[in-house]
Design a protein around this ligand. Sequence first.
Ligand SMILES: C[S@@+](CC[C@H](N)C(=O)[O-])C[C@H]1O[C@@H](n2cnc3c(N)ncnc32)[C@H](O)[C@@H]1O
Length: 216
Amino acid sequence: MARRGGGKGRGGKGNTWGSGDAFNRKAKDKGFAARSVFKLEELDKRFKLLRPGDRVLDLGACPGSWSQYALRRVGRGGLLVSVDLQPISVSLPGAVVLQEDVFALEPEALAEHTEGRAPPFDAVISDMAPATTGVPFRDHVASVELCDRALGLASRMLVPGGVFVCKVFQGEDEPELRNRIRARFSTLKSLKPKGTRSRSVEIFLVGLGYSGEPRD
Ligand SMILES: C[S@@+](CC[C@H](N)C(=O)[O-])C[C@H]1O[C@@H](n2cnc3c(N)ncnc32)[C@H](O)[C@@H]1O
């Protein structure tokens, strides 16, 4: 299901990422849908991920704060495609908003929805998280699967030199995931942004300088 722009109001059910702390208040004051925005802001400031005119694919975009931030950064000359299983109700003027499972997402369909403007993308950013089960290893594995799907899509749709971000719940499969990113990008970085809760197991992996699928 695709639509352009998005409506007004706050995001979908189950996406209030904590409440009552300084990050939540600050996000709300600045008109962002979630505190997660400060994580992307920190990643962007640190690694210079987004530029005016960029085409950005935001995976796991609901309730929409990363998309709101990305839209501001890429400006009118850029393009944002936001994808989530859940409906995104925050206003994203000019963006292409898709309610879809990333495992069903295909580059050809994106080309259709964007009227041929993308792919390719300059940036593929994923803040996707699985529905947690309370079993840390299971949640870790599901998170790595989402990262691998995001990486697979990025590998098919990024421009040479493009950037990639994914959020992973840390665990024993993380080193292999890092290797898979490292094999496709000139540089791999990681960051636990300040906006991340101290007890959280999440970390962001960043691939800079997409260099193509590795040769066997
Ligand atoms: C932490 S939230 C994203 C917050 C968002 N970056 C923001 O700033 O508002 C994680 C999102 O990943 C989405 N997600 C998880 N699995 C997905 C899948 N298979 N396809 C698409 N979205 C998925 C969830 O629906 C959820 O909205």
